[in-house]
Design a protein. Structure first.
Length: 78
């Protein structure tokens, strides 16, 4: 499981979160979670707030993760 960003023309822009961020989610969906059952739909819900943060709801782990854009080295703080 991972979350990627594409522009309005469908071109890849970057990765928000890689598979290492969702190891628990993937274990549950593979049937290795507490219930021992897998999941038929392992999807995540994604939204962007007014500040540009990316919010990811993981219904399998009952977590909301918030991601902010990394600033390039030397960029001024806003």
């Amino acid at each position: 499981t991972r979350v990627k960003i594409y522009d309005e023309d469908g071109r890849f822009v970057g990765v928000v979160a890689g598979p290492e961020q969702f190891s628990r989610h993937d274990e549950i969906c593979a049937g290795r979670g507490p219930s021992g059952k897998g999941c038929s739909s392992g999807g995540l819900d994604v939204a962007v707030d007014a500040r540009g943060r990316i919010l990811i709801l993981d219904p399998r782990t009952s977590e909301v993760r918030i991601f902010v854009r990394k600033k390039p080295p030397g960029a001024a703080n806003e």
